[in-house]
Design a protein around this ligand. Structure first.
Ligand code: BGC
Length: 712
């Protein structure tokens, strides 16, 4: 349809048909439906007329159900405007990839793009039009369960991943009429990740400067990559619920970030404006949300109930409703569903597609593993020797992680099955087998594989915790393993960094395996026995204790920075009972290879607005094993109009090095890399001096200086 035809269609619509387009329902409202519920469901009392005018539904995507619902709907919808189908495809549809936090640990945006592309293909053939992904809320607090859904604590890494997800979902040409594409929704706008004390749905109090400086980067990257939808967040900003916040949704989102697509509320978020206490009635909530620019109300019903009366009374102008309806009609048109309401339903995945998906899930799982401890090269193990396996997580297919909707845990290979598959000799000791647990030293094998972590049900939405330690059963296993005299290899499955010094201190090696998806068991086994060399790097600092939270590498210096840990230096920014440093810093991850960095060289120590410079460093793999290193480039501006982070990632490169191979890595540094948000919220660079740091993780020391001048 042409834009003009959409406007003609809009003209034919009654006010109630228009308002219907703004309503999102679950499939349960349709005779042919039944869907996944991800939030509270309130009594709706919608008339059948309203149901068959609703613009979109969420949470259903089984081919046959989609077909039946669309057919049922079109038969009853006067203007035959097809329904949009949306759902949470977060890290795969049926083929499940590692959780987003684990994908971020790959530091491989191209791999992220490929997994999103595969998820789009599977979603497309099952009739989905829109996914509620990527989630790019910046988080510095692992108490918040939703850290499993995000891309880490760094704005630059976040933005690289955000772009990759959108490109993967929406395809190379960013044309949703192409097969195998779905529209991306960047969420949750904005600053949901800054909830106080890591408590789910809690208050956010963030300065505009901080919002622009760190939190908007991910959303901006997704919008620039063409994301078609934005979902509002549950939190407040500057005292006003985001879903009712004109500053956030119009000034920031539309004017500053240049978003032109559809804004959808989060589940029930329009209704929750009443709980927040800035509206006393559903009518006021509907008015505030529409004025703020929310086009679709997800799973509450205030637009439906109150907008018409608000227009009749002259409180709201119909043009505001038209604006929202036109957004939705445009999205439907971009997806081509006016011409083909059953888009994608006749397509299927080939056998080769399935094989490729499984391969991709294995690659992603392998690359997402982060080795944080490897004392005396405890890993890799010799596959000819027998091992002892402890921990119930070794004996389950529940390895997919939260938000893995169509994933099949019952078909997912467990660790035990993967060991069998690889013909490794092992003895699995059940958590309840106290006799064997008390005599581990008598069981043959000199290494123990200890599977620890948190259940997937304790990760994701509504899973905030204050205690990020192991359970008491797991601590007991760890303690028995450690006192057996055997090598303890701990493999941690979690949706966030666990904060328990015992894990890291009592184990000889620690592998962070997150929730790694359909193929994670094989990925873990091949890594432990040396057929895969770990290369993941932490996307998030691992704190020493909960008291250090929020903790992040790109903090500011303060007026009294702690320059060296000297006890006599009392009046500096530090703790009496803990180091300021995390246990493992952002960007950290070990390999079975050793990498050595040469002395970096700059093509010139001066760059200008028009002339960039190059930074070169030789990296050598000094070990016998080939491996992947992620070379990270950080900078620090010595002076800024606003304070500058002590270090800030501006680029990274993943390189594969054969044994004893040396590779020159070259980064270009240009003026745009030096821009930052000033007090007037504008992003620009300042002339002046910079330090740079290049190395294996964010803890790397300063390597040199350069200068930004107006002339050479
Ligand atoms: C979550 C969103 C999700 C939505 C729809 C909400 O509870 O916050 O992230 O997309 O439900 O399932």
């Amino acid at each position: 349809m042409k834009a003009i035809e959409l406007k003609q269609l809009l003209k034919q619509m009654t006010i109630s048909e228009k308002i219907g387009q703004l309503q999102q329902l679950t499939a349960d409202f349709f005779t042919s439906g039944a869907s996944e519920i991800t939030g509270p469901v309130k009594e709706a009392n919608l008339s059948p007329e309203m149901i068959y005018q609703a613009g979109s539904i969420l949470g259903v995507s089984d081919k046959e159900k989609v077909r039946a619902i669309q057919a049922e709907y079109l038969a009853k919808n006067r203007l035959k405007i097809p329904l949009l189908f949306m759902a949470d495809v977060i890290h795969g549809y049926k083929e499940i990839f590692p959780i987003p936090l684990a994908m971020a640990a790959t530091w491989n945006p191209e791999l992220v793009r490929q997994t999103a592309e595969f998820a789009a293909k599977e979603s497309y053939v099952n009739g989905l039009h829109v996914t509620f992904s990527p989630m790019v809320d910046l988080v510095r607090d692992p108490r918040w369960g939703r850290v499993m859904e995000y891309n880490g604590e760094d704005p630059y890494l976040n933005s690289r991943m955000a772009r990759a997800y959108v490109q993967g979902y929406q395809g190379d040409q960013n044309d949703l009429r192409q097969p195998n594409t779905i529209a991306a929704t960047v969420k949750h706008f904005a600053a949901y990740g800054a909830v106080e004390a890591g408590r789910e749905y809690n208050t956010v109090d963030l300065s505009r400067w901080q919002l622009f400086e760190n939190y908007l980067t991910g959303y901006q990257a997704a919008i620039d990559a063409g994301a078609k939808l934005v979902m509002t967040s549950f939190n407040i900003f500057e005292g006003i619920p985001v879903t009712a916040n004109e500053y956030v949704l119009r000034t920031v989102l539309r004017d500053k970030l240049g978003f032109k697509g559809t804004v959808i509320s989060d589940w029930d978020a329009v209704e929750e404006i009443i709980n927040h206490g800035t509206a006393s009635t559903g009518s006021a909530a509907a008015e505030q949300a529409l004025r703020a620019g929310v086009d679709i109300e997800m799973m509450s019903f205030n637009y439906n109930k109150f907008l018409e009366a608000l227009v009749d009374k002259g409180i709201l102008s119909v043009s505001l409703i038209d604006e929202a309806v036109l957004q939705i009609l445009t999205l439907k048109n971009e997806l081509g569903i006016f011409e083909d309401p059953f888009r994608g339903l006749d397509a299927t995945l080939t056998e080769q597609d399935q094989v490729n998906g499984t391969k991709l899930a294995l690659t992603a799982a392998k690359e997402s593993l982060v080795l944080v401890e490897n004392k005396q090269k405890a890993l890799p193990l010799d596959e000819r020797k027998s091992v002892i396996v402890l921990g119930s997580l070794a004996n389950t297919g529940e390895l997919l992680g939260g938000w893995s909707w169509h994933g099949q845990p019952q078909e997912t290979e467990s660790i035990i099955a993967a060991l069998d598959h690889a013909k490794i000799k092992y003895r699995f000791v059940d958590d309840q087998n106290h006799t064997a647990l008390n005599h581990l030293d008598e069981i043959s094998g000199d290494s123990i594989l200890l599977f620890l972590g948190e259940p997937a049900s304790q990760t994701g939405e509504a899973t905030s915790k204050t205690d990020l330690r192991l359970t008491s059963t797991q601590r007991r296993l760890l303690s028995l393993a450690a006192s057996s005299g055997k090598k303890v290899i701990s493999i941690i499955m979690s949706g966030r960094p666990l904060i328990d010094s015992e894990i890291y201190e009592k184990s000889n090696a620690v592998l962070l395996a997150w929730y790694g998806g359909s193929e994670v068991a094989q990925a873990i086994c091949t890594t432990i026995f040396g057929k895969n060399n770990p290369s993941g790097k932490l996307p998030m600092s691992v704190p020493r204790n909960v008291g250090q939270i929020p903790i992040y590498y790109n903090h500011y210096s303060t007026g009294r920075p702690e320059t060296s840990p000297d006890e006599k230096d009392k009046y500096v920014s530090k703790y009496l009972d803990s180091s300021n440093q995390p246990r493992y810093p952002f960007g950290f991850g070990l390999s079975y290879s050793n990498f050595e960095y040469g002395i970096p060289k700059l093509s010139s120590a001066v760059l200008t607005k028009t002339k960039s410079i190059e930074l070169m460093v030789d990296v050598t793999n000094t070990s016998l094993q080939s491996g992947v290193e992620t070379v990270q480039l950080y900078i620090h501006a010595l002076v800024g109009e606003t304070v500058r982070p002590v270090k800030q990632l501006i680029n990274f490169k993943r390189i594969m090095l054969e044994s004893h191979e040396t590779r020159r890595v070259i980064f270009t540094i240009s003026e745009t890399d030096l821009r930052y948000v000033h007090s007037n919220l504008q992003s620009k660079s300042d002339l002046g001096d910079f330090e740079y740091f290049i190395g294996s993780d964010s803890n790397v020391n300063k390597k040199g200086n350069f200068e930004l001048r107006d002339v050479e």
